[in-house]
Every structure is written in C-alpha cells, then in structure tokens.
Design a protein around this ligand. Structure first.
Ligand code: PRP
Ligand code: URA
Length: 210
C-alpha cells in the first residue's frame, strides 16, 4: 500500500476541526496547521532508510541501535508547500530545499509550471515532496514528473500532504505507483471547482493571508 493516512485520533480530529472551520483566525490556523504538518513530516521520516549501529552508553552497556543513511532533501510546491518547509528543517537541520512553482489555472484547475530549482545532486537523494493539498492530483503529478526528469527514482520520493481526496490519490498513484503518500486525512470528494470537500478552502490564502 503506497498511501498512508495518519491515525484519526480525537486530538488530530480536533486540530483538523480548527483548520477546517471558516471562522478560524489566521494565527490559530497557522498554529494548528503547523502542528499537523510536523506530525506528517515525522511520519514521513519513518520511510527514510536506516542501518544498524552499535554504540556504548555512559553506563558501559552496548546498545544495538540504528543510524540514518542516505542523503535527503525537501522539495516544496510553491506557494502552499512552503508552509511545510519549517517542519522539514525541524527534523533535519541543514536540509536542502528545492522549489517547484506550480499554480492551478483558476478556471480549468490545470497545473501550470512556472519555475523549478532543485539541489544539483538530487538524483542521489531521497525527496520529501511537500504540498498540503492533493485535489485533482495535477500539481503533484507535474512535480513528480520534474523530479523524475531530474533523475530521482520514484521509490525515493515521499509525498507529504495535509488533506487529500480519492480523485487525487487515484490520479497520482496511477502515474507514480512507487511514490509513498503520507496524508493527514483523505476527504470525501471534489466540488465543481476542484476544491476538496469538506476540505478547508484555499490553504495558501488562509496560511499566508494573501
Ligand atoms: C493548491 C495546492 C496544490 C494544488 C492542489 O495550489 O497547494 O498545489 O492546489 O490541486 P490539484 O491537486 O488539483 O493540482 P494552488 O495552485 O492553488 O496555489 P497556491 O499554493 O499558491 O495556493
Ligand atoms: N487547493 C486548495 O488550497 N484547496 C483545495 O481544496 C484544492 C486546491
């Protein structure tokens, strides 16, 4: 199974209730979205490779642990994905962050690619692809295409996402079956304007206040 949904604990549902609520003010929206995003990035890190490592503790014991292996980076789909960069930096201090600027056409909801800038050695890295909203899947597919064109192997991509829906998941997994999707919650469907239902509206507008 390539899609992982966070466990819907009461605490998590309470956070989603705040960010979904149309009455929620921006500072509380940011605070709660950041908390969920941190959980998502931590969950995504579980899919990154480790290898065995034996260490000695100050009590003289030997401990059979593990260590991180492999280079990683994050790539955000601008603008909304930028809201997830801090969480990536919080789990990996010096993480390199690439950017792919994709905007949905407001009328057709089709993704338009404007710009991308990626670490030059991205083909050697595991990639945390960051975008909070997976609606039709158009933007995420375009971003994954660019990563593949730059030499990243599909199985080394972990797509980290706050809210998804069946339409977006189906579209994305059909084209990129080896990419893992870590999503906070799978919502019901899309409306006629390709917004997620129940969703939270426009993530970027609410997070950045623009
Ligand atoms: C939003 C969101 C995704 C995309 C999802 O971005 O952040 O990138 O829509 O929709 P899709 O799955 O149908 O492609 P948008 O283009 O609205 O730009 P923004 O991040 O600046 O709000
Ligand atoms: N982008 C958003 O911000 N929200 C949606 O529901 C769909 C795309």
């Amino acid at each position: 199974m390539s899609t992982y949904e966070l466990e819907q604990t009461d605490q998590l549902v309470a956070l989603y209730t705040i960010i979904r609520d149309e009455k929620t003010k921006r500072d509380e929206f940011i605070f709660c979205a950041d908390r969920i995003i941190r959980m998502l990035v931590e969950k995504a890190s579980e899919f990154l490779p480790t290898k065995p490592k034996e260490i000695k503790t100050p009590t003289g014991c030997t401990f059979d642990g593990r260590e991180f292996v492999g280079k990683i980076c994050a790539v955000s789909i601008v603008r909304s994905g930028e809201a997830m960069e801090k969480a990536a930096r919080d789990i990996c201090q010096k993480i390199r962050i690439g950017k792919i600027l994709i905007q949905r056409d407001e009328k057709t909801a089709k993704p338009i690619l404007f710009y991308h800038k990626l670490p030059e050695d991205i083909a050697e890295r595991y990639v945390l692809l960051l975008d909070p909203m997976l609606a039709t899947g158009g933007s995420a597919c375009k971003a994954a295409e660019i990563l593949k064109q730059n030499g990243v192997k599909e199985e080394k991509i972990v797509f980290v996402n706050l809210i998804s829906c069946p339409e977006g998941i189906n579209e994305f997994t059909k084209k990129f079956p080896k990419v893992k999707i870590i999503t906070g919650v799978i919502d019901k469907s899309l409306n006629e304007k390709a917004y997620i239902l129940p969703g939270l509206g426009d993530f970027g507008d609410r997070y950045f206040g623009t």
